[in-house]
Design a binder for this molecule. Sequence first.
Ligand code: MD6
Ligand code: FE
Length: 225
Amino acid sequence: MPPPERGQGPDPHPGEEAAPPAPPVAIRGFLLYRDFLLDRAKQEAMVADLRAVAGEAPFLRPMTAWGKPMSVQMTSAGRLGWVTDRRGYRYEPRHPGTGEAWPAIPDSILAVWRAVSGTGRLPDSCLVNFYGEAARMGLHQDKDEGDYRFPVVSLSLGDEALFRMGGTKREERTESVWLRSGDVVVMGGAARLAYHGIDRIRFGSSTLLPQGGRINVTLRCVTSS
Ligand code: MD6
Ligand code: FE
């Protein structure tokens, strides 16, 4: 058998084991798998899968608990979707606009979780964020889940984004890195409750999305069993 190829992401060739991902770099406890999905065709297939999700569960511009619309548009797949409105942040089993259950998490996305999450459990929730030209995401912790033993796995597609990573207190020192299309970040262990955010994107830096912009997908276990 030939040696495993690097950077080929999850999707093994039929009858072969998935190639182990190239080792990540650790930044403030966040694990960054650069070019986890190197293959352009795989990235395009994933975008098509996510467009199908958004076809069933349209993107929403959520309201924060303090009544300001977020600049990022969001939808979800999986058993539970993350929503926010005047009642605050929470997970819901149905799309707030259509009233329908969220679509299933695409297999192409689950394959990334299987390859890097280090758990046999599958995620309950797949949050899909879309960043247009001026979108950003303030420094936050992911703490609406019921169980922090499981990591959050994030995948970037499209334009580059400046990702800021800190510690478990807002005042702590931060480090930033430009995330590129195909990069995967795992936030687990001591970094599971670390502050992080997106300062800005470089609109038009990638050709993956013909109209420009960035898609970020985050996978999470929400309930403790
Ligand atoms: C983003 N990411 O990359 C925002 N959360 O657009 C997140 O908020 C995030 O990258 C938890 C774990 C990894 C992440
Ligand atoms: Fe987050």
